[in-house]
Design a protein around this ligand. Structure first.
Ligand SMILES: [Zn+2]
Length: 363
């Protein structure tokens, strides 16, 4: 068996996830049955529709910045009318307007938007877009912390006197204060605590044997310590949670796009962040609230590995003869819960190899 098939055998899903999730749109929340696919790999090529917005001050200033992250969002909008095409047009036209009594204009600015029907590219990857909520004053930067690398994965906390600590050792970097004002009046001002840090933590990398920390700030809107570099240094992807769509398919397509962007920008899995990381906002809310982020990242990791195999010349194919499975590997029918049998077939240098797989429905 070649290494591609070996990888599928070792790392691919052993069970079909069948799970009711709650989807969070601002108009309404709804229950949605998630049925995963036969594989973590989506058997289709990315098809990206270019719909690049014209330059303008509001949502596409055209500023070029190095990219250090890929940021994942969801639209938080359940309306069946608000598809990826709709959101792509909203970027093209700079904003969209909503009328509930008054007309409110919302700025729309992100590089990509994905749903189960299409993937749209709205702003070039190397440009700034306003999607992460952290402003554009600060770039991705790393500061020496004074703490030596102990070889462990860095856990960043805050000391009682307000300094960042790395794996329990105090750094020379002061954390931002917890500071909330309303109409110019200070409501709360104190030394921040570890629990004030957003749930994805603080940027920390090792350079020359020393831990270095990124630029952070206190996001008063969401009352969390968050990271800078979201708007300037990340590529933003909106994933649609539109009602009556195949949200799992949207997630798989998003994961495939994330993997491509990691590869193209020489980034790693660690550089995939939620919008939450940059502002404390609960976004992508549906993935976060249903505990699906780790699964989403497994999809990204799998897709990224397949990019490597394809570079080596492998062609990877799904062979399935079961009406419950479509040609890209989506399970479109769960009325019969018998296990599904299929094959993964590879082609390289004229050699064809196959792996027989069996997947069961989760109980
Ligand atoms: Zn977001």
């Amino acid at each position: 068996m070649n290494k591609v098939l070996e990888y599928f055998k070792e790392n691919d899903s052993k069970e079909v996830i069948v799970k009711n999730i709650r989807v969070y749109g601002w108009q309404n929340e709804y229950d949605h049955l998630i049925i995963s696919s036969v594989s973590k790999y989506l058997f289709e090529e990315l098809e990206i529709k270019e719909n690049i917005a014209p330059f303008n001050d509001d949502n596409r200033p055209g500023t070029i910045k190095p990219k250090k992250y890929v940021t994942v969002h969801d639209t938080g909008d359940a309306s069946p009318l608000h598809t990826a095409k709709f959101w792509s047009e909203a970027v093209y036209n700079q904003s969209w307007e909503q009328s509930i009594g008054d007309v409110v204009k919302y700025l729309c600015s992100y590089q990509y938007v994905v749903d189960n029907e299409g993937i749209y590219h709205n702003i070039p990857d190397n440009e700034v877009a306003y999607h992460a909520g952290d402003g554009t004053k600060f770039d991705y930067v790393l500061y020496k912390s004074g703490v030596k690398d102990d070889g462990k994965k860095a856990v960043v906390t805050i000391s009682e006197d307000g300094y960042y600590m790395i794996n329990g050792e105090k750094s020379t970097i002061l954390a931002p204060r917890y500071h909330v004002e309303k109409n110019g009046v200070v409501i709360e001002d104190r030394i921040a605590k570890t629990e004030d840090i957003n749930s994805q933590g603080v940027l920390c990398k090792v350079i020359d044997g020393e831990y270095c920390l990124g630029e952070t700030y206190f996001s008063s809107g969401y009352r969390k310590i968050a990271n800078r570099g979201g708007n300037n240094n990340s590529i933003g992807i909106e994933s649609c949670i539109t009602e009556n769509t195949d949200i799992y398919y949207t997630w798989q397509r998003t994961a495939k796009l994330v993997a491509r962007l990691l590869d193209e920008n020489k980034l790693t899995l660690d550089d995939v962040k939620q919008h939450h990381y940059f502002s404390g906002k609960n976004c992508p809310q549906t993935i976060r609230m249903n505990g699906m982020w780790d699964h989403f990242m497994e999809l990204v990791a799998f897709e990224l590995q397949m990019i490597e195999f394809k570079k080596e010349g492998y062609k990877i194919e799904l062979v399935v003869d079961d009406k419950r499975v479509n040609k890209v590997g989506r399970i479109v029918d769960n009325t019969v819960l018998e296990p599904i049998s299929f094959k993964i077939r590879t082609h390289k240098d004229g050699i064809v190899q196959e792996l027989s797989q069996n997947i069961e429905f989760s109980k």
